[in-house]
Design a protein around this ligand. Sequence first.
Ligand SMILES: [Zn+2]
Length: 195
Amino acid sequence: MTRLPNGGRIEVICGCMFSGKTEELLRRLNHVRLARQTLVVYTPRRDTRYRTGNLASHNGQTISAISVSTIQEIVAHVPEGVSVAAIDEVQFLESDPAAVVSGCQTLADRGIRVIVAGLDQDFRAKPFSIVSELMAVAEQVDKLFAICVECGAYATRSQRLIDGKPAPHSAPVIAVGGLELYQARCRVCYEVGEG
Ligand SMILES: [Zn+2]
């Protein structure tokens, strides 16, 4: 990659669930380590699928990460002289989108290469504002796709199923009591439940 004079930039890795966002982030961070640059990795506390404090892909590769709740915590924490700051599952930060954009811009303006990964759409197929606004200001955006579990086409949407049925629009973000499941689906096979 061609480096800017001070190296500061924002890169967004986005896509639906199972599109390999975390794998792509880990791939870039591995290159950072091979280049002997310093890096720091953050993950929102709300992302509790895997062991807290580690960034892990579905294929088991891990790198240690610092759990945070807000972008302000990240901006305050990034050590002086660090080359790369990464944020996985950026859509789960408990900050408003403008604050996340402002924080990432601040870091990039300091000369830091900021790499964020996150879902571009929620289970209702609506944009996650944090990610869509970051995409607008980023130097580089990579939108990854998964494979539709129904038909094998490229999938860009995250299908949420609760007790085997498409989750209704009004379903809470966290399902209580029901058995929930996510699948990657294409535009045609994606379904939203009634209600
Ligand atoms: Zn399909």
